[in-house]
Design a protein around this ligand. Structure first.
Ligand code: SF4
Length: 236
């Protein structure tokens, strides 16, 4: 197989030849070829970090599966996006996520669980990651029991969009969670309540406070009463 131009490469994905600019990720090359690869942490508006590993693919000759959102396509590469090894890996990731995280409000992940036949009870003795819901500002609530640590909110709050840097992480290993610096309440941070973190969250771990209050059975009048006056005023 020959390179089309110096700046283009041709590879084969699931038996389909596709030519893309050099530097294209396998995920994007697959999309060019009309092949969808499932993603959780990947989002068009945020920088990819290959965190969730849902998008893994098998590259012929490679020892380990590659996270297609960060792995670059290469000339003459042969990629399989639905080999038995890939499917088993995705299924296991979904089963491990189900064992530790509340995915009840993550419809895209629920669909993946169904599509891949993942057994949500595979690890019955696993410990759930449970955190108290944080209701510390008038705009949105944070329920990190539903967080899959995809990192989208942190990135959209930083260089990918807002340059606010209100969100980061706290803790280590199993207890790692998204947080603010020194775990301060959001109004005490640099947060400008733009809502972009809520917009990119795939699991409803971040949710508009009014939506959450409606779900609690509050009436619109009660919600207005529950919203601090100083935050209801329009800026002058
Ligand atoms: S809060 Fe949402 S966007 Fe942020 S890391 Fe968790 S799941 Fe991802």
């Amino acid at each position: 197989m020959e390179s089309t131009t110096n700046n283009e490469i041709t590879l084969t994905i699931d038996g389909r030849a596709v030519t893309v600019p050099a530097g294209t990720t396998i995920l994007q090359a697959a999309r060019e070829a009309g092949i969808e690869i499932p993603v959780i942490c990947y989002h068009e508006a945020t920088t990819s970090n290959g965190l969730c590993r849902t998008c893994v693919v098998e590259v012929e000759g490679a020892r380990v599966l590659a996270a297609s959102c960060v792995a670059q396509a290469a000339q003459n590469m042969v990629v399989h996006t639905r080999s038995e090894r890939v499917l088993r890996s995705r299924r296991t990731i979904l089963e491990m996520l189900s064992s530790a995280v509340d995915l009840s409000e993550a419809p895209e992940i629920q669909q993946m669980i169904e599509d891949y036949g993942a057994d949500t009870q595979r690890f019955p003795a696993a410990q759930k990651r449970e955190f108290a819901l944080l209701d510390d500002n008038p705009m949105y609530v944070r329920d990190y029991s539903k967080c899959v640590l995809c990192w989208r909110c942190v990135q959209v709050c930083a260089e990918d969009a807002q340059y606010t840097y209100a969100l980061s992480y706290n803790g280590r290993g199993f207890n790692t969670m998204i947080s603010t610096f020194f775990n301060e309440p959001l109004p005490a941070t640099t947060c400008v309540f733009c809502g972009q973190c809520v917009g990119v969250c795939p699991t409803n771990a971040l949710k508009p406070r009014r939506e959450w209050l409606l779900e609690q059975g509050k009436t619109p009048e009660e919600i207005i009463a529950l919203t601090p006056k100083e935050r209801r005023r329009r800026p002058q």
